[in-house]
Design a protein around this ligand. Structure first.
Ligand code: ATP
Ligand code: MG
Length: 395
């Protein structure tokens, strides 16, 4: 017996009151984009999205749907006519496919009230049939198989296989955020967490050639190809950061270099976010991880803007970040050796408790605004779609 359909359960989404319609139509759109290449189709209503396999391989469609945010649970559905004899045969056939299982429990939902038997009656009759025709036993508390039978006007749906989805919200429902992507372990994980929460991500990278190699861009491309699973199209903008960095290291006392560099990055990121219509910027910072990520540093760095800054990993520990990076497939890419603009100019004694007045004094020593304006005029944009680089433009 081959499955006919995958049923999507909304979960968290169902609590969203008036926004429900928008959530469902956004999720339906994302589901359609995800399954189209496999030849399946989808329709939705208030309670579920129904993915019709139309001959597409169920396992592949399930795998694809497990990466779509906003899905709580997925169940594999077999259909039969709403006729008691047919339901009995289909139920036995279905549970017989579950290798190693010995016990079952049946839950019946009677949506079609025209069905002659009530749900308890159907459960008893189907259970009796299975007991008479197989070695299965009934266990109402801890069954190996939980068979759900839903009597609907169009047909009866049988399901005994359910898997968890990614959870979160449908991508794009929350708005757009500018993500600072470094090529390290943390920022791709932070980007994924935003996507999973329904936030569309656009990425920025500060490049400092010739101090940092162009191989960084290849790394970012590989990282974005992995993240394309969760967001099928991603924009990456590369900002030329060399002149700003040289000016910092020529003018700023060494212990303050990292702090000032971060303040410049935030200024540039906010300008880009506003230009792109993003509602916040985001980083892969995790509090306490390095000198620039102490609370004192964060407050001095944030002083340059009142634009929202999201830090999805603020309180995550490195072990769990690495775990997620491994699941995403970005870990192996992130640990490839490379020089980041943060490591190449790394001061020996970075300030862990920088002072704002010192930062302002250091910044008054050079015309950083002119450098920022020049940097913003030379941004390169690359679009990534389904793991491939699409268009490259200079802005
Ligand atoms: P990651 O693993 O993400 O590089 P990290 O622990 O190495 O993080 P830092 O290098 O201090 O931390 O960077 C903190 C955050 O600042 C990064 O997560 C990223 O969001 C941003 N960032 C750092 N360097 C760059 C860069 N060259 N381009 C864009 N963003 C950057
Ligand atoms: Mg880094």
């Amino acid at each position: 017996m081959k499955p006919d359909m995958i049923m999507i359960h909304y979960g968290e989404l169902s609590t969203k009151g008036n926004n429900r319609k928008a959530f469902i139509s956004c999720l339906l759109h994302n589901v359609r984009v995800a399954i189209k290449p496999l030849g399946a189709s989808a329709v939705g209503d208030r309670d579920h999205i129904y993915v019709h396999l139309d001959g597409a391989p169920c396992e592949k469609v399930m795998d694809r749907l497990k990466d779509v945010s906003g899905i709580q649970r997925l169940s594999i559905v077999h259909k039969c006519a709403s006729d008691l004899e047919e339901i009995k045969v289909a139920a036995l056939d279905l549970i017989s496919q579950e290798n190693g299982a010995k016990t079952f429990k049946i839950d019946v939902k009677r949506i079609d009230k025209r069905f002659p038997l009530d749900s308890y009656g159907v459960a008893c009759q189907v259970a009796d049939y299975i007991l008479d025709h197989s070695g299965f036993g009934v266990d109402l508390h801890q069954p190996d198989i939980r068979l759900r039978i839903t009597l609907r006007p169009d047909a009866t749906y049988l399901s005994c296989h359910e898997e968890l989805g990614l959870g979160g919200y449908p991508l794009g429902i929350i708005g757009k955020v500018t993500m600072l992507l470094s090529g390290g372990i943390d920022s791709p994980v932070a980007a994924y967490m935003l996507m999973r929460r329904g936030i569309r991500v656009e990425c920025l990278h500060f490049a400092s050639p010739p101090y940092t190699s162009l191989a960084v861009i290849d790394k970012l491309k590989d990282i974005l190809a992995e993240l394309n699973v969760y967001q099928p199209d991603i924009k990456l903008q590369v900002l030329p950061f060399t002149k700003i960095q040289e000016a910092i290291y020529a003018n700023v006392p060494e212990p303050y270099c990292i702090t000032i560099m971060r303040r410049m990055m935030v200024r540039l990121a906010v300008a880009m976010a506003k230009k792109n219509g993003a509602l916040a910027i985001a980083t892969g910072e995790s509090i306490g991880q390095v000198a620039s990520q102490t609370l004192e540093s964060i407050s001095v760095i944030e002083e340059v803007t009142n634009f929202p800054i999201l830090r999805p990993l603020a309180v995550s520990d490195k072990v769990s970040i690495i775990d997620t990076a491994k699941k995403l497939g970005t870990y192996g890419i992130s640990i490839r050796p490379f020089e980041d603009c943060c490591t190449i100019f790394k001061p020996k004694n970075p300030k862990t408790k920088p002072r704002l007045d010192e930062c302002l004094k250091a910044e008054s020593r050079f015309d950083f605004e002119a450098l920022i304006a020049e940097c913003l005029e030379n941004v390169e944009t690359i679009y990534f779609s389904d793991g491939k680089e699409k268009i490259v433009t200079k802005e």
